[in-house]
Design a binder for this molecule. Structure first.
Ligand code: DQA
Length: 154
């Protein structure tokens, strides 16, 4: 029987201040705008056989609600919560309820940055993988990792 392949839906979620990419310190965050980064990820996801929706907010509750809404609907997630990474137990607890694999991605190498508070992530323990310090390539790596797990070998 000729069965249509099932669409693998994934989500790209960005938190606080990531709408300012392109204007933030390029030494840490590169030069791409959020729109450009999202386009790159959506395109690469498509190439790998996944349908990626993207979302960014500066409101912690809005991110929590988005995660709650997608927790059973998205096969996988890529999340960069921005500064919430370091202190939002609310975002952490929401991610804990996500059914599929979650990849934490940071553009900068948070574990080795000058500020002590930036070196700790409160979400890592509920994520399946953390990728940091690889710029936009880190998102591509996250997509490849998700594709390996979510797309049945053809
Ligand atoms: C970031 C790192 C965080 O410490 C920072 O607050 C951000 C971006 C990153 O992608 O490197 O906003 O998550």
């Amino acid at each position: 029987m000729n069965q249509e392949p099932k669409v693998v839906n994934i989500a790209l979620l960005h938190g606080v201040n990531l709408n300012m990419l392109g204007q933030r310190d390029p030494a840490y965050y590169g030069t791409l705008t959020l729109v450009q980064l999202e386009a790159l990820v959506v395109e690469e996801a498509k190439r790998l056989g996944m349908l990626c929706i993207s979302f960014q907010t500066n409101h912690e509750g809005a991110l929590v609600e988005k995660i709650q809404k997608l927790r059973l609907r998205s096969a996988g997630m890529i999340v960069n919560p921005g500064a919430w990474t370091h202190y939002s137990y609310a975002v952490r607890d929401a991610l804990e309820l996500v059914a599929g694999p979650v990849v934490e991605v940071h553009l900068s190498d948070v574990a080795n940055r000058a500020e002590e508070w930036r070196r700790h992530s409160v979400i890592s323990d509920v994520c399946d993988l953390t990728i940091a310090g690889k710029g936009p390539d880190g998102y591509v790596e996250a997509l490849q990792w998700l594709a390996q797990r979510l797309i049945p070998a053809g």
